[in-house]
Design a protein. Sequence first.
Length: 202
Amino acid sequence: MNTSLWLLLVQGLLGAFDTLYYHEWRAALPARGPSVRIELLLHAVRTFIYAVIYLTFPWIAWRGLWVMVPLLLLSAEIAITLIDFTIEVETRKSLGGLYDGERITHAVIAIFFGAMLATFIPALLKGWRFPSTFALIPENDVDPLLRPAFFLMAIGAILSSARDFFAASGLPYSHWPWSIKTIEGNDVDGCAPRCRSKETGA
């Protein structure tokens, strides 16, 4: 179990880097308006799924039919990620496509996710033979650093999910701190809105 959780934690940290550096700092996705609305909604749902995962996997042992809960969460994550891969082809055209480093980051994230599944799923499926219930995993069975780390990760995931949802909904100031002026179709060099503000004085 600890191996699966450590792999999940590393994957989550890589995902946080991808969000903060590529989605926010480089691409400023929340300020790009309707052209990235679907991508932001996908990110919001997927990140909320991770918040649920972070708040349950280190604490709950699934038994019987309850094993379906984490299986459905993981299946939904995979489906959303695959859709996101296809959506990004269109939504990132104004940036000249995905950044090279972003593609590499996505690949590394996928590797860690696959490794996590390879260790987590066999252990999870052992719970099928028990009566349908769930119980708390004994504290001594989980490395002491993992639960506090996942709790903080869950808070970050909830905030990130809300950020993307609000931006996709076009709520006032949801693009902050990036400028929303004249972005569409202009940033083929990968210059985010803050760059444009510096160049034009806006």
